[in-house]
Design a protein around this ligand. Sequence first.
Ligand code: AMP
Ligand code: ZN
Length: 464
Amino acid sequence: MSFMAPMLRLYNTLSGAKEAFAPIDPAQVRMYACGPTVYDAAHIGNARPIIVFDLLFRLLRHLYGPAHVTYARNVTDVDDKINARAAERGISIRELTDGTLAQFHRDIRDLGVLGPEDVNDPGAPPRFIEPRATDHIAEMRTMIDALVAGGHAYVAEGHVLFDVPAMPEYGRLSKRPLDEMEAGARVEVAPYKRSPLDFVLWKPSKPGEPSWPSPAGIAEPGRPGWHIECSAMSAKHLGKTFDIHAGGIDLIFPHHENEVAQSRCCFGTPVMANVWLHNGFLQVEGEKMSKSLGNFITIRDVLNDWPGEVVRLTMLKTHYRQPIDWTLRGLEESSRVLDRWYNAAGDEPAAETAPGTVVEALCDDLNTPAAINALHALTDDGSTLRAGANLFGLLARTRSAREQDQVAASGVDVPAVEALIAERKAARAAKDWAASDRARDALAAMGVSVKDNKDGTSTWTVAG
Ligand code: AMP
Ligand code: ZN
């Protein structure tokens, strides 16, 4: 473990400034990220927080040591969209969420995202936790009871509502003063709310929806509101106050603001998490991604056309707080960069220590564009380049292994390729240029390009 590592600085939404990161307990750094709602295949925008905060997890493990970082990324498996989708498909909610979650795991594994199987050691406490909302209903109920008992929430018509005006610091994270929010609140408000700003902690389940015994003495069964799950799961797995809480920029309000309100009022703490990180949004070819515009792309759609590493590098080329414009050109460019890096790294193993230039750039609020420039500067030192790229979750394979994977993925008929190469060689030896060109064209048609080496041998690769 190296406490002498370069200082990590992170832009904190809570303070509105870039700050030196000082963990509560350097022997156990704790981070939480809001994960997917598993009702449908994840889209490429959803991949952004997953990849960005995976990089942060890798960096923290590098700085503090793998045994000293705990990452919880939840799964939201209770939600209106889930209920609607399960009903539509005539399957149970659990069947829908299990299937969608399994697909999500396959998607992000191909993006080089670390999971429990990569970091958890059976003999030690887990370092990667993926809590599911439906496994934490009892913890949510306990929190809701405490909020009601403490005068922070009230029961009305089978609902439990958080009493927003009773929390003077509500709005601190999203920088929305309470009085302004009150003035701007919508006119049409559920009649059981004391203030239009109050939000749901618990609500009655409609017929056919999943339900659990209710808190706060409510006789009818019900289900949790959206925000309480993250307060309950983060407290259970990371503690009442922890270091880093992350998610997409759209989650600042209301989701994260409400998480803060619930956790702080329940536990009487001054903060929920010390540092709040938010990634910018992704748009596609200059437009907001939406089903109606026909530019809605799932992670799997992209992975069908591009290797996961290309997708990952494309995501990390833009600084995480900036918006990303997801383009074909960007993917093509990343593909060329990876070809260059793989050629430079060859089959050399990674150097033992990651290059300081790359680590320093990442320590500056995950400055991935600068870190990528630092990697470009290492192309004459393959093993250091590989060590730096590994920290990014890239260049996990040797060049030879990658080439084999490319051949396998392309489905080319290897004996046919070798036969054509031999034919071309014989034609060249006989100075039969027409026959040599025919063999080359046939290879090109299979997506194979041949390179003639100085020593008279030739090597071949497939595109992609
Ligand atoms: P959702 O499934 O909508 O709850 O989103 C899961 C995560 O993906 C959240 O952290 C969102 O902020 C994030 N997210 C959703 N859409 C985008 C997008 N277009 N660009 C970047 N992040 C997104
Ligand atoms: Zn959350």
